[in-house]
Write a protein that binds this ligand. Sequence first.
Ligand code: T3D
Length: 267
Amino acid sequence: MAKASSPPSFDTIRYEVAEAIATVTLDRPESLNALTVTLKQELLAAFRAIARDRTLRAVVLTGAGRAFCAGQDLKERLQPDAAPLAVELRERYNPIIRAMRALDQPIVGAINGVAAGAGASLAFACDIRLASEQASFRLAFGRIGLVPDSGATWFLPRLVGPAKAAELALLDESLSAVDAERFGLVARVVPADALAGEARAAALRLAGLAPRALALTKRALERSWSVSLDAALDDEAHRQGIAGATQDHQEGIAAFLEKRAPRFRGD
Ligand code: T3D
């Protein structure tokens, strides 16, 4: 059985572990959880810690206070020692998005309020998005003369289709939670006071499933976006070969035949 490592401690995010679920809360509510260098470093460290900890089976990403995340901290951006934009993206933003997408554990985004700029990109990089009725999405880049980044131009057309993606990216329209559900950007909208519980329930459900199969499914879904059906069929066969060789597959069949809940161990 894998051993849990002690949770890291941070200043600008909260990192909590319970029942095999890591909950990461962006925690600068006075600035709508805008992304400072420290927050970005801590967020990357948190995802790297989760990747190393095989006792963790699912992740919840959310924001403290009334926002999910307002993107880059624009006050910090004006500081004379701020890194050039391209450097900031290559060295701080892109590694976070890559770490999220490379994570074996699924990430449930609990989008509690506005997700703007790179904050929207963080939401897009989650595997499952649940939104509070008070959530909204806004790219916000165009308004300050920037290009959508941190994966926004890649995720958005895939999630909502090219027409809506162009409208959101070029006109910088704000999308309400209800419209986000309508366009397939979020799986479900729930009352604000139910969001944390619903996200936890989804994460608990994921934590009870076979971790290797979940990780392989994440990769297959992502790869499907860029390959032909023919290649996807081959890819599924390859991944099924791996999943089928796990103890968890045997356990799943045994549990079904014995009419009991499976106990997946990640082997
Ligand atoms: O390194 C790089 O620069 C490259 C990477 C870029 C990635 C990006 O994310 S670029 C996009 C940056 N984000 C934005 O442009 C969004 C800016 N914020 C807003 O447009 C609005 O705040 C919201 C639409 C998100 C919410 O509006 P509202 O009316 O609900 O709240 P508010 O009153 O505007 O904000 C409340 C407080 O949060 C306020 O503080 P104050 O004045 O009361 O002390 C506001 O300044 C602060 N705040 C909100 N967003 C940011 C922020 N502070 C710093 N940076 C922010 N992004």
